[in-house]
Design a protein. Sequence first.
Length: 163
Amino acid sequence: MGEQVQAWVDKCALTELVAFLSAAVDRGDRDGIIGCYTDDSYDDHGAFKGSGREFAEMICAPSGPGQQMTMHHMLGQSVFDVEGDEAWGETFFVMHAIMGGNTVKGFGRYVDYFRRTDGNWKLAYRRVVPDATIPGDDAAKYWKPSRDRSDPRYDRLSAPPPC
């Protein structure tokens, strides 16, 4: 029973981490975003690829996308697989934004790899797998979804593949 309780505690903490990160992005909270990632993290958001810290800097830059739009993320179900101090997860999202007076939307999934560091879960590797991107976004720069076992949800990557 102790292992089952710990699994639920871990999955709850991972759900909270994913939700907190989305809220921090929506609010342009640089420190909040950075605090969600490991120091050696990698975030693959399609056109943006870099560390969690670099992602926070880009979102929160005075002339960056976070300052030029209003964002709203709504998260759907999450499925997590926890193995000790490592976890893999998939979370569905819908994102709405107001950019230049126009409302745009995108939706898809975050496919994430997490590590427990100093007793806390952190995001080590995030991939955005969109089903729809905002206008002008190059869908070819993202991971491709598929309705079979070749979908990124199943590959359990813990770091980006070498170039």
